[in-house]
Design a binder for this molecule. Structure first.
Ligand code: ADP
Ligand code: MG
Length: 731
C-alpha cells in the first residue's frame, strides 16, 4: 500500500526536511508545476507529510521526488509508523549537531587557552573587533559550523539559487558574515544553535504528534475469536466483518460490532465523551476503543479494523489539520511579509549608519546579522498548528469531532445558535400517547393504517408508530408505492387505495381540513405533543398524538450558552406551532419557527446568518442537511455510528448530549486564547531582541537562543490543550 497512488487519498510522501511552514511554501512553489497546480498539494507539517491529491495531473513519483530534492529536501513514499528507518535518517541531525557542539567546545578550549580573549568574545564585548583566533581553533570552529549547518546548507543553497531568501539562507549569510569579521566563535555558536533549534523543534513537534496519536489510538491490536468452544487470539486487522469475538470484563473492545450474547455496561467515553457507562444487550452496537464493564460479551464484528468509528475519527482528525484555521492563515500571511521586511531592515541597518554617519562597518554588520536571526518566523508559525492539533485531539477524545482546523475557532465567535427540535432538543424517541379515530374506524384499524404507511421509514415518528402497533399486537402489511415526503409525512397504497400520513401543515396543503379537525389537532399539539393525521383521498381517518421528552439537560444548557454570551437561541422545526411553542418554553428558547420544510429551515438559518454573522445550526442529521449547510457551523448530535451524520457536519457530537455545546464553545475559546498567547509571546520575544540588537547589546547566539526558547515554550503551551478532555468529563 505504501506510497501507491490511492484513488481516494492521493499520493502520500514523507518529506525529510519539511518541518516548518516556510518549507511548505518552498515545496508548493517547486512541486506545484509538476502536478499541475499548487492546489493539488496538501501538507501535514507535524508529520513531515506531503500529499499529492487525487485531483492532480499525473506527475510521476520520480518527477516529484526530483523536484523535492531540488529544494534541498528529500521525499520518499509514506509509510505508516512501525516501519524501520535507517539510523542516519532518524538520528543524523542529532548526531551532527552533537558533533558541532563538541567541536565548538573544543575550539573554544583551544581558543581560550591560547588567546585568552575568547571569554570577552563570548560575552559579546567589543563585538566586531578582530580577535586573533589561532589556526587550530579556526579549524575546529569551521568544522563545527559545517556539522551544525549540514542539514541547513542544501536548503540555503536552494534559496540562494531561486533568489528567495529564507531562514536557512539568512543563517548561512549570518554565519559567513560573522566569520568574515573574524567572529569565529560567534559564527560557530550560531551554526550550532541553529542546528540545535531544529533538532529541538522537531523533537517537540514529534512529541506533539505522538501525544495526539496516543490520545486517539486506543483500540487493542488483537481480539479473541471464538470458533466453536475454542478461543484464539487473532490480529484485529485480520478479522472480517461477521466474525464473532469475545470481550472479557474490563477489556477494551478492539472492533466495532453488534452484541450477540451477554449483557454489560460499556464506558464509551473514548468515542462519545459520555461519563456514564452505557448499558449493552444483544442487538446493541459497541465501538472499538471503548471499555467493557463487568459483564462478558460476545460481539459480531461489523467493520474491519481500518474502518471502525475510532479509525474514522483518527483519520478525520488528521485530515482536519490540513484545513487550516483562520489564525494559521493569518500567521502564514504575516510571516510572508514579516521575513522580507526584517530582511530589508537588516540591510538598511548594515548600510545606512556607516554610509551616512561613518559608523564602523563591522559594528553595524554585526547588528544586521542579529536582525537576520530575528527574521526567522518559525516559533510563530509552528505554534499555531501544534495548538490546533492538540485542540482537535482533545475534542475528539471528549466526543466532539471537529472536522477542520477552520472549525476550531468558529464556536468561540458564535452569536446565534439554531436548534432543530426533534432528536436535538428532544430525545427523538416518540411514543404514541393519543389515538383519535374518526367515524367508521376503530383505534386498531387506524394504527394498522398508520403502521402500513410507516413500514419503510426511518423517521422517529415512524418508529414510534411501528413500536406502538407491535406492542398492541396490531398486524398490518406494509403499504405499496411508499413515498416519503421530507418534513411532512408519507404516502402509499393499501389494498390498491391511496393513503397518506403527515403533519397538520400537510393536511392543510391537501385542502382536506375541516374546522372540527383543526380544533382537535390544535388540542393535541397545545399539550406539547406532535399531532399526525392519517387519511385517504376523500376523508381523514383519524389523528395520532405523539409525545417526545425534552432532553433533561436542555434548559440548563440554554442558560449556559446565554451565560457564554450567545444570546440568540432559536428553534426550527417542521412540527406544528403549538407543539413547538410548548417545547421551546420548556427548553427556555424564545424564538420559534415552526411548520418548516427542510428548505424553509435552510432559509431561516440564512436569515439568522444575515443578521448575526456567526450562526451554528444544531441538528440530528435527519433531513437537516440543507440547514446545516447554510449555517456558519453545522453541528450534528448523536453521530456515533452514523456515517451520514458525520459526513454532513462541520462538528459532530458523538453522543446525544447537549452539554457538549457549551463545552465546545469554551474549548474553542481556550484554543483561540492559547494561539493568541503564543503569537503575542513569539512576537514579544522578537521585539525585545530587536530592540537589543539595535542598541547593539544583543549577541547572535542570544538571538538564536531566544528564538529556540520561544519555539519550545509556545509548542509546550499549545500542547496544554491536550489536557482539555479532562474538564470535559466533569459533569
Ligand atoms: P423536525 O423539524 O421536528 O425534525 P421533521 O422535519 O422531520 O421534524 O418533520 C416535520 C413534521 O412532519 C413532523 O412533526 C410530522 O408532523 C411530519 N412528518 C414527517 N415525517 C413523518 C412521517 N414519516 N410520518 C408522519 N409524520 C411525519
Ligand atoms: Mg429532525
Amino acid at each position: 500500500m505504501s506510497g501507491s497512488r490511492d484513488r481516494e487519498r492521493g499520493l502520500e510522501l514523507k518529506v525529510h526536511g519539511l518541518d516548518c511552514a516556510e518549507e511548505v511554501a518552498v515545496l508548493r512553489r517547486e512541486i506545484g508545476p509538476v502536478v499541475g497546480s499548487e492546489e493539488h498539494l496538501a501538507f501535514d507539517v507535524l508529520r513531515g507529510k506531503m500529499t499529492v491529491l487525487p485531483t492532480a495531473r499525473e506527475g510521476s513519483l520520480d518527477e516529484i521526488r526530483r523536484a523535492v530534492s531540488r529544494t534541498g529536501m528529500r521525499a520518499e513514499p509514506w509509510r505508516e509508523s512501525g516501519t524501520e528507518q535507517a539510523f542516519w535518517q532518524r538520528r543524523g541531525r542529532t548526531v551532527s549537531v552533537a558533533a558541532s557542539g563538541l567541536l565548538l567546545a573544543a575550539g573554544f578550549v583551544v581558543h581560550a587557552g591560547l588567546a585568552g580573549g575568547a571569554l570577552a568574545a563570548l560575552a559579546g564585548e567589543g563585538a566586531g573587533a578582530v580577535h586573533a583566533v589561532p589556526l587550530a581553533a579556526r579549524l575546529l570552529y569551521l568544522v563545527a559550523i559545517l556539522t551544525g549547518g549540514w542539514f541547513v546548507l542544501p536548503k540555503a543553497w536552494y534559496a540562494a539559487r531561486s533568489l528567495r531568501p529564507d531562514m536557512n539562507l539568512l543563517m548561512a549569510v549570518a554565519v559567513t558574515g560573522a566569520v568574515a569579521i573574524g567572529e569565529w566563535l560567534e559564527g560557530a555558536t550560531v551554526a550550532f544553535l541553529f542546528g540545535l533549534s531544529h533538532v529541538l523543534e522537531s523533537w517537540s513537534v514529534g512529541r506533539a504528534r505522538r501525544a495526539v496519536e496516543s490520545l486517539l489510538d486506543l483500540s487493542p491490536d488483537t481480539v479473541r475469536v471464538r470458533e466453536g468452544s475454542a478461543e484464539s487470539e487473532v490480529a484485529a486487522s485480520a478479522v472480517r466483518p461477521g466474525t464473532v469475538f469475545v470481550v472479557r470484563p474490563g477489556e477494551r473492545i478492539a472492533l466495532d460490532g453488534e452484541v450477540v450474547t451477554g449483557a454489560s455496561h460499556v464506558d464509551q467515553a473514548p468515542i462519545t465523551g459520555e461519563s456514564v457507562p452505557v448499558s449493552k444487550r444483544p442487538g446493541d452496537e459497541v465501538f472499538a476503543g471503548t471499555v467493557n464493564g463487568s459483564g462478558a460479551l460476545e460481539v459480531r464484528a461489523t467493520h474491519e479494523a481500518g474502518d471502525t468509528t475510532l479509525a474514522r475519527i483518527i483519520r478525520l482528525v488528521e485530515e482536519a489539520q490540513a484545513r487550516s484555521s483562520p489564525a494559521e492563515r493569518w500567521v502564514d500571511r504575516f510571516a510572508r511579509h514579516y521575513t522580507p521586511a526584517v530582511l530589508a531592515f537588516a540591510v538598511a541597518v548594515f548600510l545606512l549608519p556607516p554610509l551616512v554617519a561613518g559608523a564602523p562597518w563591522s559594528d553595524w554588520l554585526y547588528r544586521a546579522l542579529v536582525l537576520l536571526v530575528i527574521a526567522c518566523p518559525c516559533a510563530l508559525v509552528i505554534s499555531t498548528p501544534v495548538s490546533v492539533v492538540a485542540s482537535l485531539a482533545a475534542a475528539a477524545r471528549s466526543g466532539v469531532l471537529i472536522k477542520g482546523g477552520a472549525f476550531v475557532e468558529a464556536p468561540a465567535r458564535l452569536r446565534a445558535i439554531a436548534f432543530d427540535k426533534t432528536g436535538t432538543l428532544t430525545e427523538g424517541r416518540f411514543a404514541v400517547v393519543e389515538v383519535v379515530p374518526f367515524d367508521g374506524h376503530d383505534e386498531d384499524a387506524l394504527i394498522a393504517r398508520a403502521a402500513a404507511l410507516e413500514a419503510r421509514s426511518e423517521h422517529p415518528i415512524a418508529r414510534a408508530i411501528l413500536a406502538h402497533a407491535e406492542s398492541r399486537g396490531v398486524g398490518f402489511t406494509p403499504a405499496e408505492d411508499l413515498q416519503a415526503l421530507e418534513g411532512r409525512g408519507a404516502t402509499g397504497r393499501v389494498e390498491g387505495k391511496a393513503y397518506w400520513i403527515g403533519s397538520h401543515r400537510y393536511l392543510e396543503e391537501r385542502g382536506q381540513e375541516t374546522a372540527e379537525i383543526h380544533r382537535r389537532l390544535e388540542a393535541i399539539s397545545g399539550a406539547g405533543r406532535t399531532a399526525v393525521a392519517v387519511g385517504d383521498d376523500q376523508h381523514v381517518c383519524g389523528l395520532l398524538g405523539l409525545a417526545d421528552a425534552l432532553r433533561p439537560e436542555a434548559s440548563a444548557t440554554m442558560d449556559e450558552l446565554r451565560g457564554l454570551g450567545i444570546r440568540h437561541l432559536a428553534m426550527l422545526t417542521g412540527d406544528n406551532l403549538p407543539t413547538a411553542r410548548e417545547v421551546a418554553r420548556a427548553a427556555g428558547i424564545d424564538v420559534v419557527r415552526a411548520e418548516l420544510l427542510p428548505q424553509d429551515k435552510a432559509a431561516a438559518v440564512q436569515e439568522l446568518v444575515d443578521r448575526y454573522g456567526a450562526v451554528a445550526m444544531v441538528g440530528d442529521g435527519i433531513n437537516d442537511a440543507p440547514a446545516l449547510a447554510s449555517s456558519s457551523l453545522g453541528i450534528v448530535m448523536g453521530a456515533a455510528g452514523s456515517d451520514a451524520a458525520i459526513e454532513t457536519a462541520d462538528v459532530a457530537l458523538m453522543a446525544d448530549d447537549l452539554t457538549r455545546l457549551p463545552w465546545l464553545v469554551r474549548h474553542s475559546r481556550r484554543t483561540l486564547s492559547t494561539i493568541r498567547q503564543n503569537i503575542a509571546f513569539a512576537l514579544g520575544v522578537k521585539a525585545a531582541v530587536f530592540a537589543l540588537a539595535l542598541a547593539g547589546v544583543a549577541t547572535l547566539w542570544l538571538a538564536i537562543a531566544a528564538d529556540m526558547g520561544a519555539s519550545l515554550l509556545v509548542t509546550g503551551n499549545g500542547l496544554r490543550l491536550l489536557r482539555g478532555h479532562r474538564t470535559a468529563r466533569e459533569p
